[in-house]
Design a protein around this ligand. Structure first.
Ligand code: GLN
Length: 181
């Protein structure tokens, strides 16, 4: 399992994957991307990640990768996977039929911790300048919501979380991704 390690909290994801029983490889180049079967794109700053992706010539390889292999995007990673991005708008890999609005919780709720329900059990969800998913395409499956908005969604082999499951010690979200492989 690869973790895109250009920017953001990739180290915490690698730890969570190990806790969930997977091996984690840091991906920074086309070569390391070619060596993994699935990829996590971490939280951080999506605009910066976009710049680094094009600087490292990873844009096309990532699009090709996502056409056949699973990607799990958290927060900024979710923004990069969504088809339409607003507030402000920016390009994306557009691998999932989702509309997302960046930094959508406003100043007061900029960063917050909430309890959401995951498969009938409570899950602590850490939101940091998180986007809100405004639309899920017909093929999407919503696993968890917060204040009525989807926060954990799968579509085919891909998954997004608008919160940071790598910052809590609960391996269930990573486990769902691993289960789909
Ligand atoms: N606000 C960031 C963005 O728009 C995402 C924040 C995060 O990944 N925690 O890219």
């Amino acid at each position: 399992m690869g973790v895109l390690a250009l920017q953001g909290d990739f180290a915490a994801h690698a730890q969570s994957l190990q806790q969930a029983g997977a091996e984690a490889v840091e991906v920074r180049t086309r070569e390391s991307l070619a060596s993994v079967d699935a990829l996590v794109m971490p939280g951080g700053e999506s605009t910066t990640m976009l710049k680094l992706m094009s600087y490292e010539n990873l844009w096309e390889p990532l699009q090709e990768f996502g056409a056949s292999k699973p990607i799990f995007g958290t927060c900024a990673g979710a923004i990069l996977l969504a088809k339409h991005v607003t507030s402000p708008s920016q390009i994306s890999l557009a691998l999932m039929d989702l509309d997302v609005e960046r930094n959508a919780y406003g100043r007061q709720l900029d960063s917050h911790i909430a309890q959401v329900d995951l498969e009938g059990a409570p899950l602590e969800a850490v939101f940091i300048r998180a986007p809100i998913i405004r639309r899920v395409g017909p093929a999407g499956k919503v696993w968890a919501t917060h204040r009525g908005d989807p926060v954990l969604v799968t579509e085919g082999k891909h998954m997004v979380a608008t919160f940071h499951p790598e910052l809590t010690c609960d391996p269930r979200v990573h486990a769902i991704f691993l289960r789909q492989l």
